[in-house]
Design a protein around this ligand. Sequence first.
Ligand code: SF4
Ligand code: SF4
Ligand code: SF4
Length: 266
Amino acid sequence: MNELQKEKKRREFIKNIIGVGALSIVSGAGIYFAPNLKSSKLLLRPPGAVDEDTFLKMCIKCGQCLQVCPYDAIKLEDIEGGASLGMAYIDPIERGCYLCEAFPCILACPTGALDHEKDNIKYINMGVAVVTNIDRCLALHNKKVPDVAIDKIYEHTKVLSKEEKESKKVVIRGNESEKEELQKGVLEKLEKFRDKDCIICADMCPYFPNSQDAIGMIKHKGGFIPEIREACNGCGVCVELCPTEIIKIIPRETYANVYKKGGKNG
Ligand code: SF4
Ligand code: SF4
Ligand code: SF4
């Protein structure tokens, strides 16, 4: 199956799992709502990861990818991972992948578990975002972003000093490392949303060159809602930052496995 066919199947699968009836299609085929989405045991692997079975054989748990990640997005599985203990994954609730242009995580992987030929945004396909409970979207109700939603991002941003975390305020000293600059940059941008109407998911999506290819806000019932689009690659930044936690990622392997087993889409 070539890349184009795989992508077509991925989109068909997503439409199928969302389910006719449970799905609120608002406009066109590019919006994915999954009100009853069950969490998947399959994890979100870092950018460029080869297929899950091969990844489990190739990842040597060296942690090189997480050491070079300037956003601290990559973690190693703990004891609950069982056979995959120590392997690299991303938990987007805590930190999404900010899609660094040069994909240092891929370049750092010594075994090719993160495929060096995929160090380009056009090959990145970790999963896809779905909106699980659109009725709770702040934009739909023209509601403002509560302070607590922004404060919680301070709590899990690792580069901040104790004082910055406590005061919920980024302090620029002028001699930040690149990692500190990047992570503080996220918070600085997020600060713009305090007491403003929410469009965080669409405005903070790191997909490049044009985030509108991955997500945009559309009018719906007197408010706005996010529309997930074809280019979304499941980086999980919208999951991390959404104040109401209504966005989830379906990891690529969830639908890839269905094809292997000759499931819904054969
Ligand atoms: S692309 Fe950047 S933010 Fe994403 S996992 Fe790799 S190093 Fe981390
Ligand atoms: S981040 Fe997006 S989905 Fe979440 S409440 Fe704001 S507009 Fe709605
Ligand atoms: S919509 Fe954007 S931020 Fe959300 S998972 Fe897709 S690419 Fe990432």
